[in-house]
Write a protein that binds this ligand. Structure first.
Ligand code: SAH
Length: 218
């Protein structure tokens, strides 16, 4: 790895170029992804791949998502500056950090306490004061903070979880990967109207599964 400042600047430019070429075109999303450095969220032997457009392993057997997928999911949420957003699946905290640039307030939940603690530490270091990270089973949402303007699920469910649908405001949007198998999942956008829910299928994706209960920290 070449740590020269010029080399890092060059890799960051390529990072943004890759995002655009994969369909991340929303200027606010690109701005957030330019501002939030992915490197602090990727540690250990994979740290030098932080600006590659690929998912990478993190602690507890989980993964930090591919940056272009983070961008496309964020774009699909169409976040407004006053929005209160729930993310299910904190993982490294990278996606929550991107959301924090676009929304008023972000709640992020993971079933692994260890991941939540590590993410909190990075948020503090980066001064991202509008994120609250909670250890909980996110399939039940966060009833105390509900309802939400936007909900993003970053683990694959068989169906959009009922409690999350119930915690979405009217006019709200949820983006969730849905599918039973490890290999075939679809990214779904759910829009809540006063008359019911509208479902759009966005693209094939591959996420780790949404698992019930709290994780046992390794
Ligand atoms: N958004 C993350 C990547 C998420 S990986 C990032 O930016 O790095 C998926 C995460 O979902 C994992 O950390 C996993 O522990 C978490 N997860 C799976 N099932 C869950 C549940 N029921 N409640 C909360 N988190 C869950």
């Amino acid at each position: 790895m070449n740590d020269e400042p010029d080399a890092i600047a060059e890799r960051k430019m390529q990072f943004l170029f890759a995002l655009r070429s994969r369909g991340v075109t929303d200027a606010r999303v690109l701005g957030a992804m330019e501002k939030i450095d992915r490197a602090p969220f990727v540690r250990g032997i994979f740290a030098d791949r932080a600006y590659d457009d690929m998912p990478l392993p993190i602690a507890c057997g989980q993964t930090i998502s591919q940056p272009s997928v983070v961008g496309l999911m964020t774009q699909a949420l169409n976040i407004q500056p006053r929005d209160k957003v729930l993310e299910v699946g904190t993982g490294s905290g990278y996606q929550a950090a991107i959301l924090s640039q676009l929304a008023r307030r972000v709640y992020t939940v993971d079933r692994y306490r260890r991941l939540v603690q590590a993410a909190r530490h990075i948020f503090e270091t980066m001064g991202l004061v509008n994120i609250t990270a909670v250890t909980a089973d996110g399939s039940f949402g966060l009833p105390d903070q509900a309802p939400f303007d936007r909900i993003l699920v970053t683990a694959a469910a068989e169906d959009p979880p009922g409690p999350l649908l119930a915690q979405l405001k009217i006019g709200g949007i949820m983006v969730v990967p849905v599918g039973q198998s490890d290999t075939v999942q679809s990214l779904i956008r759910v829009t809540r109207h006063d008359t019911g829910f509208e479902y759009d299928e966005l693209r094939p994706v591959r996420f780790v599964p949404l698992v019930e209960g709290l994780g046992r920290d390794e």
